[in-house]
Design a protein around this ligand. Structure first.
Ligand SMILES: *Cc1c(COP(=O)(O)O)cnc(C)c1O
Length: 339
């Protein structure tokens, strides 16, 4: 294990030394426990297995040139997990307990935080699940919170590049008043079928339209959508998209670069007027879109003829990565440096 090929890592699971857990029982959260097991024993009637009481988070830790480890915006993830918990009737985890568990899980697995030069990082996966037995459809009484970590490779192995995405009108990921705004496994289950079809057709992701009218851009399977035109950063306002912390950060950076910000419904036809488009999320920061194909209608919206990312996407990407790795000062207080 001591000779991991850091730059050969993909976005996969590699066993690390420890994970951190806490149980909610009899109406309160217990102390953090350190575990070296990769397994969770549970009741066969646990609500996470039957009724989808499962929410998760995703964030990263980075090793800087100075050798220090930086965790990006973990408080935002703690707050979002609370929102997901409320959304599907699970016990809410206190922000301090979340942060403590994240820090502990990184510290205990410090040897898995990739070196600066590799461009890799440590992916942190917090998970909250309903544990107690329930056969009738009701929320559980007991919950388990787990944080595990795994080193992941640089998203763009051959350099920052664009990919095509596809619209599949026969599939929806989330309904307007459903659970799209929560980071829950159920939304991912709903996106798997279209995702497999799109991947087989050569698309990196499905771009979903709003489920009600199929008129507006919603988001991609696992990432928010944004477009750039006339010095403006535009991202959908929708009741069924997940509030991405990367998107929130890019908005602040775009503002500081003197760009205008618009959060509003984006009609599909508006794609013809965008200068650049991208997907954003923790995994890639920005994954610039080469073109959007409206598959059933046989229509294409092209953003990059030569396959190269646009200048604004590139600038935003470099800026956010520089803050995450500590190459640039953390003006916004986004980074927790481990001592
Ligand atoms: C996690 C997630 C994102 C990205 O959120 P970040 O906080 O930026 O990682 C976007 N869309 C969906 C559906 C997600 O689950």
């Amino acid at each position: 294990m001591d000779n991991i090929n850091w730059s050969g890592l993909t976005f996969g699971y590699l066993k690390t030394d420890y994970n951190v857990r806490a149980y909610y029982r009899s109406g309160k959260w217990g102390e953090l426990e350190i575990s070296d097991s990769e397994y969770v024993p549970m009741h066969i009637a646990a609500t996470c297995l039957h009724y989808g009481q499962e929410a998760f988070e995703g964030l990263k830790a980075f090793r800087g040139k100075d050798g220090k480890i930086r965790i990006f915006r973990m408080r935002e993830n703690a707050l979002r997990l609370q929102s997901s918990a409320r959304g599907i009737m699970m016990a809410e985890l206190p922000v301090e307990l979340f942060e403590k568990a994240v820090v502990e899980s990184v510290k205990r697995n410090e040897r898995f935080v990739p070196p600066y030069e590799s461009g890799a990082s440590l992916y942190i996966r917090p998970l909250l699940i309903g544990m107690s037995a329930q056969v009738g459809v009701k929320p559980a009484q007991e919950y388990l919170f787990v944080v595990f970590v795994t080193p992941v490779g640089p998203y763009f192995k051959e350099g920052f590049k664009t990919t095509p995405v596809g619209i599949y009108r026969e599939y929806d990921r989330a309904a307007p008043h459903g659970t799209g705004i929560y980071k829950v496994g159920g939304n991912y289950a709903a996106s798997l079928a279209a995702g497999e079809i799109a991947h087989a057709a050569g698309y990196s992701a499905v771009l979903y339209l709003d489920a009600k009218e199929k008129k507006y851009i919603d988001e991609c399977g696992p990432a928010n959508f944004f477009g750039i035109k006339n010095n403006t950063y535009i991202t959908p306002a929708s009741s069924s998209i997940l509030p991405s912390i990367t998107n929130k950060s890019l908005i602040q950076l775009a503002e500081s670069m003197g760009m205008n910000i618009e959060r509003r419904p984006i009609p599909l036809e508006e794609l013809t007027t965008l200068e650049e488009a991208g997907m954003c999320g923790t995994a890639a920061v920005i994954s610039p879109i080469q073109r959007v194909d409206d598959v059933e209608r046989g229509q294409s919206y092209v953003f990059s003829k030569d396959g190269k990312p646009g200048t604004v996407c590139t600038q935003l990407y470099n800026k956010l990565r520089a803050i995450q790795y500590g190459d640039e000062s953390d003006e916004y207080g986004w980074v927790t440096i481990l001592e």
